[in-house]
Design a protein around this ligand. Structure first.
Ligand SMILES: *[C@@H]1O[C@H](CO)[C@@H](O)[C@H](O)[C@H]1NC(C)=O
Ligand SMILES: *[C@@H]1O[C@H](CO)[C@@H](O)[C@H](O)[C@H]1NC(C)=O
Length: 457
């Protein structure tokens, strides 16, 4: 835990108030120093040749809306031949360089220069005659041994650039880009924290949601109604008598359609239910048909379209509408429209729905025997999930705070870690090709609290 606390402190420093010290010879700090030098030369109303960088004596970085570098630098001015620079004037400067990684833009915010004191003087200035990159000896090692997190801000800048190009992110203006970078920095700290506290094998980090605040993420992608509304009472499913196989995966048995994308709409409940009905229809009738979520978003008056809903209500709505159309007949728009359901186009029907046990062994047994299950869970660890078996602390992933509906399609063990395989509806460019793997056997994130299925007879 001490290590975790240290990591958190360093990250907080990088992403928040304090400025973190950078290791000597840090490439980004050198780049900033070089930039400051150019600005200094451009502004200096002096005669004689331009100043050169003698030494970067110290560098710190702070993440604000961009990255601010605080640099202590010794500059060399005056004539200098290739052999010696003894007549050089040495100047000690403090620079503040503000850099916006997304715009590849830098600005000199502050410069304070005075004649260098003895301790600040460069001893062997001839060394600095080459280009910056060839003069590692000109950079002092004042910061001592480096610690993890010291260059967090630099990694952040690189990660943010990658993130923007990977996910094709564009922001309307620089102010917005700066704000998003700040959020990204906070989120990376949060992902590190999740990583440090995870009890499974999951990796957390940059995802397509890394520039959203938790509040934005919740309101755009999650479903607060799951925890607020009582589910419509359903008949209890019969627990299978046979013990479940050690592992099972309905993807290997053709019962699961490809991963879909709910977009910026809290319609996870509709995707969870269509996924379940697709499986039930396949297992009873032999056809795997991709079914319409938009029909539920538009026509299920019991639920709240992009504002959330409950699987138990959605089954009822499907029964009273008379069935579901196919994905291609009633395709997904990601916002509520007028209901244009047509009973002529019904592709599948359901006859009833059942509530499944809260016992994870019984859930596994029901799944292996009967098909993929609609479940709900607390999506706490999902915004920054990349891969592996996620196992957040129970304290952080409260089982009573369920806010996302998904589809349980299988279970098994990776190495020694038992998992549930969960089909999500955030596209294939999230998680493991759109799937989430969650620890099995610890009722992780309340995944056992709202398990249900439609029945086709
Ligand atoms: C700085 O970050 C790079 C990766 O971006 C890493 O390889 C290096 O070890 C880090 N250095 C320190 C001192 O943390
Ligand atoms: C199941 O529902 C369908 C469509 O509503 C209906 O035609 C069928 O008779 C039902 N089956 C049973 C056994 O009730």
């Amino acid at each position: 835990m001490a290590q975790v606390a240290e990591l958190l402190l360093l990250l907080a420093a990088a992403a928040g108030t304090g400025a973190a010290a950078l290791p000597a010879r840090d490439p980004a700090a050198l780049e900033a120093a070089h930039f400051a030098l150019q600005a200094y030369n451009a502004a200096a109303e002096r005669s004689g040749p331009p100043a050169r960088l003698g030494a970067l004596r110290g560098a710190r970085a702070q993440v604000t809306n961009g990255i601010k570098y605080f640099l202590d630098v010794t500059l060399l001015r005056g004539p200098c031949d290739l052999v010696s620079c003894r007549e050089l004037e040495q100047v000690s400067c403090q620079f503040e360089v503000w850099s916006q990684p997304w715009a590849s833009r830098q600005q000199l915010m502050k410069q304070e220069c005075r004649p260098a004191e003895l301790a600040e003087r460069v001893q062997e200035p001839a060394q600095t005659l080459g280009g910056l990159d060839e003069t590692p000896g000109g950079v002092s090692d004042a910061e001592g041994p480096s610690q993890p997190g010291q260059n967090a801000s630099l990694q952040l800048a690189a990660l943010f650039r990658d993130f923007m190009s990977t996910y094709g992110k564009h922001y309307k203006d620089e102010e917005e880009a700066a704000r998003r970078f700040g959020i990204f920095a906070d989120n990376m700290a949060k992902a590190q924290w999740l990583q440090a506290l995870d009890q499974g094998t999951a990796q957390y980090g940059v995802t397509k949601f890394s520039d959203l605040t938790e509040e934005e993420f919740r309101s755009l992608y999650l479903n607060p109604l799951l925890a607020k509304l009582p589910p419509r009472p359903m008949r209890r499913a019969e627990a299978p008598r046979d013990p479940p196989p050690a592992s099972w995966d309905w993807r290997e048995h053709g019962a699961v359609t490809s991963v879909k994308d709910q977009g910026m709409c809290g319609s996870c409940w509709a995707f969870s239910v269509t996924g379940n009905v697709e499986g039930q229809w396949f297992l009873r009738r032999g056809d795997l048909i991709s079914l319409s979520e938009q029909e539920l978003v538009d026509c299920d008056g019991l639920d709240h379209a992009c504002g959330g809903g409950l699987p138990s209500n959605a089954y009822e709505a499907i029964e009273s509408l008379g069935g579901l159309e196919t994905e291609s007949d009633y395709s997904y728009e990601g916002h509520r429209q007028r209901c244009s359901f047509s009973s002529d186009k019904v592709a599948v029907y359901i006859n009833s729905s059942v509530e499944i046990s809260r016992d994870e062994d019984e859930i596994a047994a029901w799944l292996a025997k009967n098909g993929p299950i609609s479940i709900a869970l607390n999506a706490f660890a999902m915004q920054f999930y990349k891969r592996g078996v996620s196992h957040p602390l129970r304290l952080l992933c409260n089982p009573w705070m369920i806010d996302h509906a998904v589809l349980l399609v299988g279970y098994g063990t990776r190495g020694r870690t038992p998992y549930w395989a969960i089909k999500n509806s955030w596209g294939e460019d999230w998680g493991e090709q759109g799937y989430y793997y969650l620890h099995r056997g610890s009722r992780a994130c309340g995944m056992n609290t709202m398990c249900s299925s439609a029945l086709v007879v």
